[in-house]
Design a protein around this ligand. Structure first.
Ligand SMILES: NC(=O)c1ccc[n+]([C@@H]2O[C@H](COP(=O)([O-])OP(=O)(O)OC[C@H]3O[C@@H](n4cnc5c(N)ncnc54)[C@H](O)[C@@H]3O)[C@@H](O)[C@H]2O)c1
Length: 351
């Protein structure tokens, strides 16, 4: 079993992935600045995986820190060496992810995402840790020429967030070319939704949510009056945008499969889509949410958002062939789990 450094492990995807990795027997060190998350999320991870404080000291260490802080990163590697259990691999979730904010504050996005990755990779290189899973995004495909989108499609992002993900992938490709000891998987996520079935952890963005399911949840509990649907003239069957929504636990299991694959083989540089291969329109998501929860979601039409695309659907064949992984959970199950999280935590992790 490996010891894995998880950057951004307190976030939405990082917490769910941490559960699967701990359940699979790996030991984790999390570094998170909590800029978009709460330390309570990691307490909940301990609760779900049955780690008492003593066991957690060995299996889930938590470091509050920024990935741009080179001294903090070095201390993690040094402490691990001194423990006699080195860091075997890194899963790099830490970063900023709002398309809207990235258009307003591109420098901040380039600093945290690209410079942050650069700092993390330097620390890995210096400490001879050369196995990495990177949180990439379907955003880097921009406006795809056709769907489903395979990994060979053009990389052509249309916003600053997507540009940072594309730049990091290029940086990783360069590192991989320069040094054949690196084993790297760029996992290109489509649209993660849902929550752990316990309702103890879920998506809890700071400020106003930008993603569909958290907004639907907010409407369902009455924190927002109505769901705004951005455009009904997209080239889809009901005119609303289509996305490939993937349950966050399926996504988490995809990371475990990618880690196993990297650790088993020599030099690799993988780019792999993690999606379901099925597209659902905004209206279909609303309908599934209503079926799953019995709640009615009022909606109104609004103008399309700058930087949006009409349809994105993954071709997940490579993930199945290479990692032996495929998404199992349904859209209704995702909506049900997101709702359980919301109703058990009306204000997210804030108590
Ligand atoms: N959620 C999505 O829809 C989605 C889709 C595609 C890709 N991704 C990528 O997956 C990764 C995780 O996404 P998420 O949804 O869990 O986001 P999140 O915001 O919930 O988690 C990111 C975590 O990183 C931490 N963080 C941010 N900047 C940091 C820094 N400089 N140093 C240390 N920690 C820092 C945050 O506090 C947070 O806990 C991100 O890189 C994101 O771009 C997310």
């Amino acid at each position: 079993m490996a010891r894995v450094l998880i950057s951004g492990g307190a976030g939405f995807i990082g917490t769910h992935a941490s559960i699967v990795l701990l359940e699979n027997g790996h030991d984790l060190v999390v570094i998170d600045s909590f800029v978009n998350s709460s330390p309570i999320a990691l307490q909940r991870v301990k609760e779900i995986t049955g780690l008492n404080e003593l066991k957690a000291q060995q299996r889930l260490k938590v470091v509050e820190g920024d990935i741009r802080d080179k001294a903090a990163l070095q201390k993690i590697f040094t402490d691990a060496n001194n423990d006699g259990k080195i860091i075997d691999a890194v899963i790099h979730f830490a970063g900023l992810k709002s398309v809207k904010d990235s258009i307003k504050s591109p420098l901040n996005y380039w600093d945290v995402n690209v410079n942050g990755s650069c700092c993390l990779l330097s620390a890995m290189q210096e400490n001879k840790c050369r196995t990495l899973i990177f949180s990439s995004s379907a955003t880097l495909y921009g406006k795809p020429k056709s769907v489903p989108i395979s990994e060979t499609a053009a990389i052509d992002p249309i916003n600053a967030y997507g540009n940072t993900k594309a730049a990091i992938e290029k940086m990783l490709a360069d590192i991989s070319t320069a040094d054949s000891d690196w084993r790297i998987a760029c996992l290109r996520y489509f649209n993660p939704i849902g929550a752990h079935a316990s309702g103890l952890i879920g998506e809890d963005p700071r400020g106003t949510p930008n993603n569909l399911l958290p907004i639907i949840n907010q409407v369902a509990i009455g924190h927002q009056k109505v769901l705004k649907i951005y455009g009904n003239k997209w080239p889809t069957k009901d005119g609303t945008c289509i996305r490939d929504y993937i349950h966050v636990m399926d996504l988490a299991e995809g990371h475990a499969a990618a880690l196993d694959s990297l650790l088993q083989k020599e030099h690799q540089f993988l780019t792999v889509n993690l999606g379901t291969g099925k597209g659902h329109s905004v209206l279909e998501v609303v309908n599934s949410f209503e079926i799953a929860t019995g709640k009615k979601i009022p909606f109104e039409l609004s103008t399309p958002r700058y930087g949006d695309v009409g349809i994105t659907i993954a071709d997940p064949t490579k993930a199945k062939n290479l990692l032996g992984w495929e998404a199992k959970r349904s859209l209704v199950e995702s909506c049900k789990d997101a709702w359980t999280w919301q109703t058990s935590n009306m204000n997210g992790y804030q108590q």
